[in-house]
Design a binder for this molecule. Structure first.
Ligand SMILES: [Zn+2]
Length: 134
C-alpha cells in the first residue's frame, strides 16, 4: 500500500483506524490438530482431522476427503498436507509394512516402483493426484 492510499483515510483518524490496519495474517486462524494416531471415521474408515475455528472452543472433526481440493489437487490446510507427506515418507521408508488406506478402511495398495503408497486402488484413482501431489 502506498502513502497516497493512506491519505484517503486521514479524516477517519482515531481508534477505528487501528482496527482497519490489522493485517490479515495477524487474524486468528483455525488450529488443525494432527496426532500420532489420527482418528478414523466410524462409517467410511477414512482419517479425520480435528479443526478448531476462531471463536470456537471445541474442535470439529472433518474426514480427510472433505479437506481436499480435488480441482487444485491440494489440501485446504497446510497441516493436513504436511501430515499426508509425512505418511508418504514413512510408507517409503517401510514399503512392506501393512497399512490402511487413508481415505477408507481397505488396505493400501502394494507399493509400486518403491514409492510410498497410502491409498487403496480405488482411492488412488480418485484422490491420488491430490494425495501424491508433493
Ligand atoms: Zn481407500
Amino acid at each position: 500500500m502506498s502513502s497516497s492510499d493512506e491519505a484517503v483515510f486521514t479524516d477517519s483518524e482515531g481508534a477505528d483506524s487501528d482496527v482497519q490496519d490489522v493485517p490479515v495474517t495477524d487474524l486468528p486462524f483455525e488450529r488443525v490438530e494432527v496426532s500420532r494416531s489420527q482418528p478414523r471415521h466410524k462409517l467410511s474408515g477414512e482419517i479425520c482431522f480435528d479443526i478448531t475455528y476462531p471463536g470456537e472452543e471445541e474442535p470439529t472433526r472433518f474426514p480427510i476427503r472433505v479437506l481436499m481440493d480435488n480441482n487444485d489437487h491440494t489440501f485446504i490446510h497446510k497441516e493436513v498436507a504436511d501430515a499426508v507427506n509425512h505418511w508418504i515418507a514413512v510408507a517409503q521408508k517401510f514399503p512392506h509394512r501393512r497399512r490402511k488406506c487413508i481415505c477408507c478402511d481397505r488396505r493400501a495398495a502394494p507399493s509400486r516402483s518403491g514409492t510410498g503408497v497410502i491409498l487403496c486402488h480405488g482411492c488412488g484413482k480418485k484422490y491420488g493426484e491430490t494425495v501424491y501431489a508433493e
